[in-house]
Design a protein around this ligand. Sequence first.
Ligand SMILES: Cc1cc2nc3c(=O)[nH]c(=O)nc-3n(C[C@H](O)[C@H](O)[C@H](O)COP(=O)(O)O)c2cc1C
Length: 392
Amino acid sequence: MQQLYRFGLRPLLFNVLKADPETTHRQTIDALAWLATEPNKGGMVHQPTRLAAQAAMAGGFGVRSPRLNQTLWNCAFDNPLGLAAGFDKDGTAARAWPLMGFGFAELGTVTYHPQPGNPQPRMFRLPADRAALNRMGFNNQGAAALSARLASLWPENKWPENHYPVPIGINLGKSKITPLDEAAEDYRKSFELLKTQGSYFVVNVSSPNTPGLRSLQAKEQLAPILETLQIANTENKPLLVKISPDLATEDIHEIVQLAQDCALAGIIATNTTINRDDLTTRTIAATGKSVTEESGGISGAPVAQRSTEVIRLIYEQTQGSLPIIGVGGIFNADDAWAKITAGASLLQTYTGWVYEGPTMTKTVLSGLLAKLDEHKLRTISDAIGSAHRLHS
Ligand SMILES: Cc1cc2nc3c(=O)[nH]c(=O)nc-3n(C[C@H](O)[C@H](O)[C@H](O)COP(=O)(O)O)c2cc1C
């Protein structure tokens, strides 16, 4: 199946049809949403097709092993590989992610005010670098719409004791129309709408595509946001912050210290980079412009090493006491292993899944089990941060 995607569907989409990445993305989300719709919804006609597809998805893409299980923040994670934020901003295909083998899914970024995002085109493939460039700008239907969608996708859930098949994270961003000095209130209003519905929440201050957003990573600006959210956090939900790979080491240290002071549950490392230094791609084919002229964040292979380095720094500073979700350039089990042994408890992927296709979860997870055997470790928890113990 992986070969079918790699040598059939992917070249057809990327090279022959030259399908617009954003259109392909929307079609993928719509198809997955349809396939994963609750069996008794949407009429009888497609019922057998849909049920068969769901069974095939659940059996075909997942890897189940108690050696991959973890409990973090009172949430049970069947496996450590999750879907990264930005793929399913509005939660449209939220029911599909467990069927695709993911151990969790992070929805959003969602903002308090619905917003269209930046003008198109705003998403580009850089195949020579196994990368993507995007400047979506938090296009999303808003926090209230996400809340309504989650309630309709899982009508059987009893809020706040929701029961998702896998943990569902919700990534919060600042609305573009909200001034930076009112950011805390903007995040709080989204959080109030959604706070019973997420398994964990992420304060995203690291997207390069909302003007000034990354300045909110500075301690003086981040502290009031985190404090405001923790005051509103009556459900005691795990709150994490997602950081940029472009921060200097001192800035990372400061954020980690602040995260500990504000009793955050963890850190997500990392978002996309604005660095273009090591790219092979010179020109973006779709626009004919140089890659340095096109604004936006780079994801995929070029961010892998730096993201792992950031994970290592955080793990060292906290001596492994603060859970890290590692994201950036994971395509295979080697990439995943590097992040886990550097200190990540959980992982996420976006660009790798686009390049490797739907069998990626199975390949990565079975590869991780093989790594555990190779290193004579029993469970994935035993591997977290193990590179530090080797070196010390
Ligand atoms: C098209 C696109 C849109 C993204 N949108 C978001 C977003 O809305 N919020 C967010 O926190 N990260 C967003 N990201 C960043 C990813 O979640 C991830 O941190 C980054 O891409 C690195 O992982 P990867 O190399 O596996 O893609 C986006 C990435 C891409 C490629």
